[in-house]
Design a protein around this ligand. Structure first.
Ligand SMILES: [Zn+2]
Ligand SMILES: [Zn+2]
Length: 271
């Protein structure tokens, strides 16, 4: 395997994950990875359904304590990164900025998990909207959010929304959202940030990694260079899942390198 790191991984510090941090590390070692970067969820002001309160709050002190503990224990076998996946909302951009500044993260992923207060995982969001309206609004809000929240390294699963629409990505094409997606890519590049290639969609029935070949190609055309790779695993069996697909699409687009972040600085690795 030529990809040596998984830079988007959850542990039971995220309310929707199934495997402990130690089990995730052991599995990553088993799979031959040299780096695993935990990016547990921190979604402030999440509109929880009853019974799910606090699912995406991160107890950052305990989380860091365990990262340090496992670095001590497994440091000779694998590098364990201290990352976070920030759930953006326009209402909490300042709180997210303060939160990131208060911690010494290796890596910060900025993701959009909510659209106008709706979780697009649930069908309510799509009611009364065409697919183009539902997906288009997600991209507009992603753009608005990365203009408000700048303290991140990469945009996570840029076209996340297509995992959850009724027809998923069957009819989804970059061309239909070109204007807004191009603005997102330009914003990312101008801010010296990057994109992650996220393989989780493939496990959830999409044809492509996030984002698609067309978007990665456009990103490169516009001068984008920074790429990270993550499985978004929420349990051990998904660590580094479908990394062959990530490698294939990146090579097809013409990328020769990807990045691993340490102390918020990209370390360039050959693909
Ligand atoms: Zn996410
Ligand atoms: Zn994630």
């Amino acid at each position: 395997m030529s990809i040596i790191s998984d830079c988007h991984v959850h542990s039971t510090f995220s309310g929707d994950a199934e495997s402990s941090m130690e089990d995730m590390i052991l599995k990553a070692i088993d799979k031959g990875l040299q780096v695993i970067t935990f990016t547990d969820h921190c979604d402030m002001d999440f509109p929880y359904k009853e019974g799910e309160e606090g699912l995406f709050d991160l107890n950052t002190d305990s989380y860091l304590y365990d990262i340090l503990r496992f670095r001590e224990k497994y440091g000779d076998k694998i590098e364990v990164g201290f990352g976070v996946e920030i759930g953006m909302q326009t209402s909490c951009a300042d709180k997210n900025t303060d939160y990131v500044r208060e911690h010494d993260f290796d890596f910060v992923i900025a993701s959009l998990h909510l659209v106008d207060g709706y979780d697009p995982y649930y069908p309510e969001y799509y009611e009364g909207k065409t697919e183009k309206e539902a997906y288009g609004r997600y991209f507009e809000l992603l753009l608005e959010n990365i203009r408000l929240f700048n303290d991140y390294d990469v945009v996570g699963h840029l076209d996340y929304i297509v995992r959850y629409g009724k027809d998923k990505d069957a009819n989804y094409r970059y061309e239909d959202y070109k204007d807004v997606i191009d603005e997102i890519l330009k914003e990312v590049i101008a801010g010296k940030k990057g994109l992650e290639v996220n393989t989780a969609g493939l496990r959830k029935g999409t044809k492509d990694v996030h984002p698609t070949y067309e978007i990665l190609k456009r990103y490169k055309e516009l001068g984008g260079e920074i790429i990270t790779i993550g499985s978004d695993a929420h349990r051990t069996d998904n660590i580094a899942a479908d990394f062959d697909s990530a490698l294939k699409v990146l090579k097809e687009v013409g990328f020769e390198y990807y990045c691993i972040y340490r102390k918020r600085q990209p370390l360039v690795v050959k693909l």
